[in-house]
Design a protein around this ligand. Structure first.
Ligand code: GLU
Length: 451
């Protein structure tokens, strides 16, 4: 049963690589779940794998989450909590639920092959359970060190999954999982339970690749006498051809998306809404996104996504983005603060990425090499150039005057003016650009001067 108090959720990445779009999904689903319910979000680094975990990846995770707009309410690191895991392991040992095994990888592999050859499921045969003290001492005398397995109850574990509904794992069909390696280090399974229990995690929201773990972990919660949290296993993001995203390949890493100039809101929208009950659309704010997410209505099919969809989402976000949000970046491009609002209004509908605004600022500020495609129209434009001040209506009245004088209209009128004023045959509405270009530069460009 879901506790009635505010939820506490966690995102628990291993700092062994950069976060990618597929990791953004559980991170955001947890954050949004907590946000919609006045709950809290914990970032827990699953860094018990000392060989593959690095400080650089830990820092990158914080940075990438911050870019997504995620600031954890609390933080924890498993590497600092080993004493707690040792204590839990002792309790499991005392209950006969954690037992020492001495098989080598090769021995286990041989056994597996034999089982498969006989048409049996390749499940660990619990041979180590029948070792006596003398057997263990003899093995240790040979230099062998134990790894430790959790003794599963051979029964079916059931839970009411927030995404998948009534779910179950038949633990009789699983090998007793190794919780502690030969070198004494912990695999993910036990520390995760000890922390979820010790930290009071109310809801475990994670990918459906963990469904089998949940069967095992529920038994560990129970063996430790801890309350079992509510589980939600969301579908995984896959590429359009059904391929999973691999953290180690850096495929669609959040930092590469950031470097490519995507807005965090576009990435958030795609990571969360793909495979949800909602149409994929550009959602600017976290609260708005939180209101759309309903784990119970998330599809159970793999969430196939198309990275090209990011381009459309990004463009749609920019088209509605208030200048305040772009201001710092516009300023860094050299757009003066007093021109930022008018400039942004003039160009945002033409942008795929904010960085492209720099190209349009160069068109405004110059120098631009004008293209004089129709000398008569350009001459008429020079002669009718109105006095300043210029505003949003200037283009309309001025181009009307040129039309009257030359008889040209439509594209025949506008294209030569655009080419002369901007040097380009495409671009944002000239009504918005013209007041920014200003009379002096416009006059020089119409005269064929680079200005
Ligand atoms: N470190 C695990 C992972 O990244 C955490 C899984 C979980 O949420 O329990 O897959």
């Amino acid at each position: 049963m879901a506790p009635s108090s505010a939820p506490l959720v966690r995102f628990a990445p291993s700092p062994t690589g950069y976060l990618h779009l597929g990791n953004a999904r559980p991170a955001l689903l947890n954050v949004l779940f907590a946000r919609a319910r006045g709950g809290r979000f914990l970032l827990r680094l699953d860094d018990t794998d000392r060989e593959r975990s690095t400080e650089a990846f830990a820092a990158a995770i914080e940075e990438d989450l911050a870019w997504l707009g995620i600031v954890p309410d609390a933080r924890a690191r498993q590497s600092e909590r080993v004493a707690t895991y040792d204590e839990a392991a002792d309790r499991l040992r005392a209950k006969g639920r954690l037992y020492a095994c001495y098989e080598t990888q090769e021995e286990l592999e041989r056994r597996r092959k034999r089982q498969l050859g006989r048409g049996l499921p390749p499940i660990y045969d619990r041979a180590a359970l029948s070792l006596g003290d003398a057997d263990r001492a003899a093995l240790e005398a040979q230099g062998r060190r134990p790894h430790w397995r959790f003794k599963l109850d051979h029964r079916t574990v059931e839970w009411d999954d927030l995404v998948r509904g009534q779910s179950h794992v038949d633990c009789a069909s699983l090998s007793d999982p190794v919780l502690i390696r030969e070198d004494g280090s912990y695999l993910y399974t036990l520390p995760s339970v000890v922390d979820d229990a010790g930290m009071g995690i109310t809801h475990v929201i994670r990918g459906e690749d963990h469904v089998t773990n949940t069967g095992v972990q529920v038994q560990i919660f129970e063996a430790l006498g801890a309350p079992v949290p509510v589980f939600a296993h969301h579908n995984l993001l896959t590429t359009a051809d059904g391929e999973g995203l691999s953290k180690r390949l850096g495929h669609l890493s959040l930092r590469s998306l950031r470097e490519a100039g995507y807005e965090p809101a576009a990435v958030r929208s795609l990571a969360v809404l793909t495979g949800s009950a909602e149409a994929i659309r550009a959602v600017a704010g976290l609260d708005e996104l939180a209101a759309l997410v309903d784990l119970a209505r998330t599809s159970r099919a793999p969430a196939r996504f198309d990275p090209h969809e990011l381009d459309g989402l990004n463009a749609r976000l920019l088209h509605a983005m208030p200048v305040e949000e772009a201001a710092a970046r516009l300023s860094a491009m050299g757009v003066p603060d007093e021109a930022a609002a008018a400039f942004w209004e003039a160009v945002r509908a033409n942008l795929g990425k904010v960085a492209e605004a720099a190209d349009w600022w160069r068109v405004v500020a110059g120098p631009v090499a004008p293209v004089i495609a129709d000398a008569a129209i350009v001459a008429a434009a020079s002669e009718t150039l109105p006095p300043e001040p210029w505003g949003p209506e200037t283009w309309k009245s001025w181009s009307a005057a040129v039309r009257e004088r030359t008889g040209a209209k439509g594209k025949a009128l506008f294209m030569p003016l655009r080419l002369a004023l901007t040097g380009l045959d495409h671009g944002p509405d000239l009504a918005g650009l013209l007041p920014l270009i200003g009379r002096e530069r416009a006059a020089r460009r119409l005269a064929g001067e680079a200005a």
